[in-house]
Write a protein that binds this ligand. Structure first.
Ligand code: ADP
Length: 408
């Protein structure tokens, strides 16, 4: 029977896992820590993958969450290229592919999310890619050397960031978005429209209401994307960015409660008190939003991991952070804080025409969220205002001479 006293096993090697091991040592945990990662690389930051790394402006080691010797210095056993395939919660062991079992006193699941597949004919042609891992981007970059016509399926953050990089590299770029506007899941129509125009200015063709029906190829290489209605769009490189699915299979097979993510409480505990979960894979109660959320963000991965590590060290602190996100496209910096769903009034601060503005979303008198475009000071003050629950009126938000900082 594997030894399972005083050892925390972390499954996953993304942002959440990297932060978890750092926070466990930060909280004073002195037992063993084993981190199990499926990818053959140390935990790294994913956001630059669709931005500077794709553009060739950042080297692979600059992506690392912590330098590789951080794990040695902190006595973290790191098992890379290694898949956890089972959890026995009674015996308190994790089974690895190959059969090895590792005992634990505490277990952290930071299994993240995987790309949502596009189940159409031709999805497996050469030249068709998803974008989630460093390996995905390395393969896209290799293809870029010869590709000229790029079609991107999905007009969310990933798709649009890739479109911006490809346009800057001089490719002919088309974005096919299923909904009637860009980034429909996260931003308002005002912001969607602004980005549609920005992409058009950079020569990117955006098609909304697109229904991809098949990918066509010649000799196993992608040649075009076919849409319902008969339109065909020539392509020698296709990137699919149509969202992600939380990785819950391991948790589910261990009998942990899952429902659009691994269900955790505000302390990041799963339905088993010895098991915590953090990051993209969780469905968690947000004290701030007053409802359950599943977030795909660095902010959530980092903040929830700190809570999860504290819980494993018997220091219970509830998760209360305000969600925030960002996206870089061209020289436009989009920063979002809060959740705008359900707003009934929007107030623009700054000038949309100059490409530097913020949109404040209200429901009744309550400020729900702020999207800032190249106005980082608005974003930072909004984070503090929303975090502290300070009331802001629509008049204050819209008055460029009113100092929002003075409300803090
Ligand atoms: P990601 O993080 O991959 O960018 P998002 O959810 O932000 O994920 O964006 C995904 C986008 O892809 C959404 O705007 C969604 O409407 C769009 N989408 C989903 N399925 C399809 C599809 N089959 N064809 C084109 N667009 C799609």
């Amino acid at each position: 029977v594997p030894e399972n006293r005083d050892r925390i096993v972390v499954v996953g090697a993304g942002h959440a896992a990297g932060q978890l091991v750092a926070s466990l040592r930060g909280e004073g945990f002195a037992g063993d820590i084993t981190l199990i990662g499926e990818e053959p690389v140390h935990p790294y930051q994913r956001p630059p993958l669709s931005k500077q790394y794709l553009a060739g402006e950042l080297s692979g080691d600059r992506l690392l969450f912590r330098p590789a010797d951080f794990y040695r210095k902190n006595a973290v056993q790191i098992r890379l290229g290694c898949r956890a395939i089972g959890i026995d919660r009674d015996a308190r062991t994790v089974t690895l592919e190959g059969g090895e079992r590792i005992g634990y006193s505490g277990l952290a699941l930071a299994t993240g999310a995987r790309v949502r597949p596009l189940p159409v004919e031709g999805h497996d042609l050469a030249g068709v890619f998803y974008l989630r891992t460093i390996d995905d981007v390395n393969r896209i970059r290799a293809r870029l050397e010869t590709a000229r016509a790029v079609v991107i399926i999905g007009g969310g953050f990933i798709g649009l960031e890739v479109a911006a990089v490809m346009a800057k590299l001089g490719k002919r770029v088309t974005v096919l978005e299923m909904q009637d506007r860009l980034m429909p899941r996260v931003v308002s129509p005002t912001v969607s429209e602004f980005y549609r125009e920005a992409h058009a200015r950079h020569g990117v063709r955006v098609v909304t209401g697109a229904q991809v029906s098949a990918l066509a190829g010649t000799n196993g290489e992608v040649r075009a994307v076919a849409c319902a209605g008969g339109e065909e769009c020539a392509a020698d490189l296709v990137v699919i960015g149509i969202g992600v699915i939380p990785n819950t299979v391991l948790a589910q097979s261990a009998g942990l409660a899952c429902d659009n993510g691994i269900v955790v409480d505000e302390f990041a505990s799963t339905s088993d008190p010895r098991v915590v979960a953090a990051g993209d894979c969780t469905n968690h109660p947000s004290a701030w939003a007053g409802r359950r959320l599943r977030l795909e963000s660095v902010q959530n991965a980092l903040d929830q991991s700190k809570i999860a590590a504290a819980t494993l060290c018997d220091k219970r602190r509830p998760y209360r952070e305000v969600p925030w996100f960002w996206s870089d496209q061209y020289d436009l910096k989009l920063q979002m804080v809060g959740l705008s769903q359900g707003f009934d009034r929007e107030i623009v601060r700054g000038a949309i025409g100059e490409g530097r503005f913020s949109v404040f979303y209200f429901r009744g008198e309550r400020l729900l969220a702020v999207d800032s475009i190249s106005r980082p000071a608005d974003h930072m003050v909004s984070r503090r205002l929303l975090g502290a629950g300070v009331a802001v009126t629509p008049e204050q938000a819209g008055d460029p001479d009113f100092e929002l900082k003075s409300l803090l």
